[in-house]
Design a protein around this ligand. Structure first.
Ligand code: NAD
Length: 441
């Protein structure tokens, strides 16, 4: 089988490479010439564990190639996956200009039957907009070429994207024809070895499933953050509360860890987009509006603790920051809590020196020289008035506190991920502030 994948970001590149791994011939397209040149050389422009080895193997076998020409890529393919970005518009709704732009381009160049699959996260109804855009171009050309549209939302997680794609919990496909179902069934058959389901449904339900899933996950996080904040006020320990509720199988113990709020390219934008969609239909999603508001507040919770400890004027204060990416095992900093924390601390006059195991290049691209960049986790601590843990990379979990205390001005840690045990920290004589647990001072 031959497929084309349009967009080689986190989703497109993983999709293309994993399909190639099953023996499918894949042509990936991106408008970013630099990216395409890198990928042709086997260089992966993002940090994603396992992806470079998989790409190299499939390049060697000539099962995957990269081009900037959509026309060439779709020439002989049975299916085209649209995996370009859908960033939030100014009002929070998903900006569809890239998806629909690609749809028009497909309509301008396709010569025979194809299934055109929307893999990007798109509001309900978008696959039909894709269909209309393709049809319009075919009419313009004065040709009649059969095609089907399908919706196939992606559930991979950055940091474990390859594994998630190769061994998915489920695959959701929205279709409106048996012919498209047959193509999708063939393509996904190799990924069903672990017995997890391939769920066919109508296109509206498939598009909605993606937003409902991300919104449910974001709700769990905001709910737990809100409970954590209350735990602090009433003198409860959120770690114990989490274990207490997580052992109820109806609740489950996953995704109920408090922290500095969710970030990344998906939860913030998808929650916002679903709220806007509902508003358009005259239905107010009150729970999700609260989820958003709580998350916004949570991103500043460490700054509030810092102000309580040092006062509102942070001029002359210098902080070391561990973790810039929105979560471990990725270099993605989109909507990362670190960005809000850095901005607020700088506005109060503080200086910051930061370290992240893989997101340093991305940080320099986004933040320029507004902060200092450290060469490792201990370099961050030199002359720091406090250390702020923002991302729970595993290398931050067992630091040598004796080295830290020698390097730092003051023995104080603000932990936005609860990665240390307050009792152990008390024994070694640090001030310690975490989320939803009593402070150690
Ligand atoms: P990304 O920003 O990393 O990549 C998008 C790519 O599309 C870029 O390389 C860009 O150059 C390319 N592009 C834009 N217009 C193009 C065009 N006309 N032709 C060819 N290429 C074009 O985005 P991403 O994180 O991979 O997300 C893609 C979609 O998948 C989004 O809708 C997102 O919500 C969804 N999604 C993302 C994740 C994730 O974890 N990142 C998970 C599930 C779903």
């Amino acid at each position: 089988m031959n497929i084309a994948v349009i967009g080689t970001g986190y989703v497109g590149l993983v999709t293309g490479t994993c399909f190639a791994e099953t023996g499918v011939n894949v042509v990936c397209v991106d408008i970013d010439k630099k990216k395409v040149a890198m990928l042709r050389n086997g260089e992966v422009p993002i940090y994603e564990p396992g992806l470079d080895a998989l790409l190299e193997r499939n390049l060697d076998k000539n099962r995957i190639s990269f081009t900037t020409s959509l026309q060439k890529a779709i020439k002989d393919c049975d299916a085209v996956f649209i995996a370009v970005g859908t960033p939030p518009d100014e009002d929070g709704s998903a900006d569809l200009k890239y998806v629909l732009g690609v749809a028009r381009e497909i309509g301008q160049h396709m010569e025979d039957y194809k299934v055109i699959i929307t893999k990007s996260t798109v509001p309900v109804g978008t696959s039909y907009k894709v269909k209309a855009a393709v049809e319009e171009e075919l009419v313009q050309r004065g040709v009649r070429i059969p095609f089907d549209v399908a919706s196939n939302p992606e559930f991979l997680k950055e940091g474990s994207a390859v594994d998630d794609f190769l061994k998915p919990d489920r695959i959701v496909v929205g279709i409106e024809s048996k012919r498209a179902e047959k193509v999708m069934r063939r393509l996904y058959k190799p990924f069903l070895m672990n017995g997890h389901p391939l769920l066919f449904m109508d296109i509206f339900s498939s598009e909605m499933t993606k937003y409902a899933a991300n919104s449910m996950l974001a709700t769990k996080i905001s709910f737990m953050n809100d409970i954590a904040n209350l735990c602090e006020l009433v003198g409860a320990n959120v770690d114990l509360v989490r274990k207490g509720i997580g052992s109820d199988s109806r609740i489950g113990n996953k995704f109920i860890y408090p922290g500095t709020g969710y970030g990344g390219s998906c939860f913030p934008k998808d929650v916002q987009a679903l709220v806007r969609t509902a508003d358009e239909y005259g239905h107010s999603l009150e729970v999700l509006k609260a989820v958003e508001a709580v998350n916004y507040r949570q991103k500043t919770t460490l700054v509030e603790k810092i102000k309580k400890h040092f006062g509102n004027d942070l001029k002359g204060k210098h902080f070391g920051l561990w973790g810039l990416a929105f979560k471990p095992k990725t270099d993605d900093m989109r909507e990362a809590p670190s960005l809000v924390i850095i901005e607020e601390l700088k506005a109060l006059g503080a200086t910051i020196r930061a370290y992240d195991p893989v997101a340093m290049h991305e940080a320099e691209r986004i933040l320029g020289d507004s902060i200092e960049y450290a060469k490792d986790e201990y370099d961050v601590a030199i002359d720091a008035d406090a250390l702020i843990v923002v991302t729970e990379w595993s290398e931050f979990r067992m630091p040598n506190f004796r080295i830290l205390e020698k390097l730092m001005n003051e023995r104080t840690i603000f932990d936005g991920r609860n990665i240390y045990d307050p009792e152990e920290i008390e024994e070694i004589g640090f001030n310690y502030y975490s989320i939803g647990r009593a402070a150690v001072t």
